[in-house]
Design a protein around this ligand. Structure first.
Ligand code: HEM
Length: 207
């Protein structure tokens, strides 16, 4: 095992590494992903005003928003955040941690916890439909962290991604290169060790 941060339990660290190393998850769902991509392409509307940051079509692309949220559930760009406790914390089950402990909030593991997310490995954008979101704990999903130090750029980031993704979907159909599947590499951000190799098929829209 490589370096374990001071104060981070070895068992948790092992679990973290095991989770990130889960094999085969990209190959399973190519047909499923193609169907989702076609539905997305049908629903994408984007005006020049949106690209310039003045339009309101972004708010209307609800399925695209749900897909992006589901991507962030399975692949949170920030997989783990840390805090050093400045006072002791006692949890609901009576266990406690002393002041000074370095603790990790494991966003990646939370987003794949089957007690919170049924069939966690399945890519299902409908998890983020308004009715499904309403029954879920507000901290079940936290790609932008939560609480007083959450991400101040999250709305901007979501809008920027919507514009870029919509522009790409209007022009191309994407599929993974099955011979070069991404190897997840958790660093400060979650990235791929070997890049992300995609096939692009032009949709010939000329846009
Ligand atoms: C997909 C894009 C992004 C993701 C997933 C993301 C995620 C996060 C997360 C998880 C944190 C909390 C870190 C922690 O608790 O230790 C954070 C904090 C922060 N983010 Fe983002 N972020 C994104 C984009 C942005 C953008 C575009 C901006 C600025 C325009 C931004 C500005 C910040 C700032 C200033 C903080 C620190 C807030 C504080 O400590 O009070 N982020 N972000």
């Amino acid at each position: 095992m490589g370096t374990v941060l001071p104060g981070v339990c070895c068992k948790c660290e092992e679990e973290r590494r095991r989770q990130f190393a889960a094999p085969g998850e990209f190959s399973e769902s190519q047909t499923h992903m193609t169907e989702i991509q076609r539905s997305l392409q049908d629903g994408v509307t984007l005006s020049d005003e949106d690209v310039e940051g003045r339009g309101d079509d972004l708010a209307k692309m609800t399925y695209l928003t749900m897909c992006m949220k589901e991507c962030f559930r399975l692949y949170p760009p920030v997989p783990q955040v840390f805090r050093q406790l400045n006072k002791p914390v006692t949890f609901v089950d009576g266990r406690s941690l002393p002041a000074g402990s370095l603790i990790s909030m494991h966003i990646y593991a939370l987003h794949r916890n089957s007690a919170v997310w049924p069939d966690p490995e399945v890519f299902d954008p409908l998890r983020f439909s308004p009715e499904n979101v309403s029954g879920r704990h507000p901290f079940a999903y936290m790609p932008f962290s939560a609480g007083p130090r959450n991400c101040i750029g999250q709305q901007f980031a979501m809008n920027e991604m919507k514009v870029v993704t919509a522009l790409c979907l209007l022009r191309f159909e994407f599929s993974l290169d099955p011979s070069k599947l991404p190897i997840k590499l958790p660093q400060l951000v979650l990235r791929s060790k070997n890049g992300i190799h995609l096939h692009l098929k032009s949709l010939g829209s000329g846009k």
